[in-house]
Design a protein around this ligand. Structure first.
Ligand code: GDP
Length: 310
């Protein structure tokens, strides 16, 4: 997992071994490594951020003689990445749901956003399963009323898990289906409403207008963008677009189990400044794990194995 990014970072470290580093040393390493970083799905602006921050942290400093420069470079790279993740903050969704439940006795509403094929439907099912393991009940809303088969697809997942689905016919207003879901949850004392949404229409403008309307009408407590970690730069572009129209709060990256590149997680958080809450790591309903930024960073810089690379 993430092998390309690990290799690119190890080449940065290898290229910087002098006891004092100049701007030219760092520029040289980055000019050699830029393509490898792009090929690892690191966005251009994230590369520039790493490059500039590394310069401002290291250039002209005389390093402690007892410490290997490469270790100092490694620690600096880790700190730069960790600060990207910590700037985006963290969210404990289970705790947020429980807090609303105890204070307001109202269902907690979560909207799932993203393009078809990224794993959104499967992720909603995984998420319902994860909530249930935390004693939180849910109802799923079949809010993609455009794509043929979408309602059956989400219903099949929900049936397998024994979770109620609220659906209307194809062509129905997704905001109205969402409202039905909220009413159902209120009257049946269900803790959360998980709303699927459309992922592709004739134009992206249509899609974004529809998403903005759902957000206005439903007023979800949380909006989660679901992105495919294998789609690299496309995922970053989609995230930017959804952020513009919906101002989502959090990200789930799917298919991390097959991601041999690794740059998507760092780039999407840097570009959107929103936290990744979970990673999809397989096709089963249990294959959704909390994203741990510290473990991710260690894994990239030290090449070690841990939970994020199950
Ligand atoms: P949607 O169109 O966005 O709703 O996508 P689906 O939920 O139907 O998922 C598309 C495909 O990706 C399916 O074959 C899923 O089993 C698969 N998938 C979803 N999440 C993951 C994941 O985390 N890892 C892997 N390997 N496959 C996944």
């Amino acid at each position: 997992m993430f092998d390309r990014l690990k290799k690119a970072f190890s080449n940065i470290v290898k290229g910087l071994s002098e006891k004092e580093l100049s701007e030219a040393d760092i520029d040289k390493v980055f000019s050699e490594i830029e393509i490898a970083l792009l090929e690892s799905d690191v966005a251009q602006e994230t590369i520039s951020h790493l490059h500039n921050t590394l310069k401002s942290e290291l250039v002209g400093k005389r390093f402690d003689k007892s410490r290997d420069t490469q270790d100092i470079v490694k620690d600096t790279l880790k700190d730069i990445m960790l600060s990207i993740f910590s700037n985006a903050g963290t969210l404990d969704i289970v705790e947020m749901v429980n807090s609303k439940k105890s204070k307001e006795r109202e269902p907690y509403i979560i909207l799932f956003l993203g393009i078809n094929g990224t794993g959104k439907t499967t992720t909603i099912a995984k998420f319902a399963n994860l909530l249930r393991k935390n004693n939180i009940s849910s109802v799923i809303v079949a809010g993609d009323t455009h794509r043929a088969g979408a309602i059956e697809q989400i219903t099949e997942h929900a049936n397998r898990l024994g979770i109620k689905v609220i659906a209307q016919r194809y062509g129905a207003d997704p905001a109205a289906v969402g409202r039905d879901g909220v009413l159902y949850a209120r009257s049946h004392r269900v803790d959360t409403v998980l709303i699927d949404t459309a992922g592709r229409m004739q134009t992206s403008r249509n899609l974004m207008d529809e998403m903005a309307k759902i957000v206005r009408v439903i007023k979800p407590d949380l909006k989660i963008f679901v992105g495919d970690s294998l789609a690299g730069n496309d995922t970053i572009m989609q995230a930017r677009e959804f952020q513009r129209y919906t101002d989502f709060n959090a990200i789930i990256l799917t298919k991390s189990d097959s991601d041999y590149k690794g740059g998507s997680a760092l780039s999407i958080v840097h570009v959107t400044n929103k936290p990744i809450v979970y990673l999809g790591v397989g096709q089963g309903y249990d294959d959704l794990i909390p994203f741990n930024s510290r473990e991710f960073v260690e894994q990239i810089v030290e090449g070690s194995n841990n939970n994020n690379s199950r």
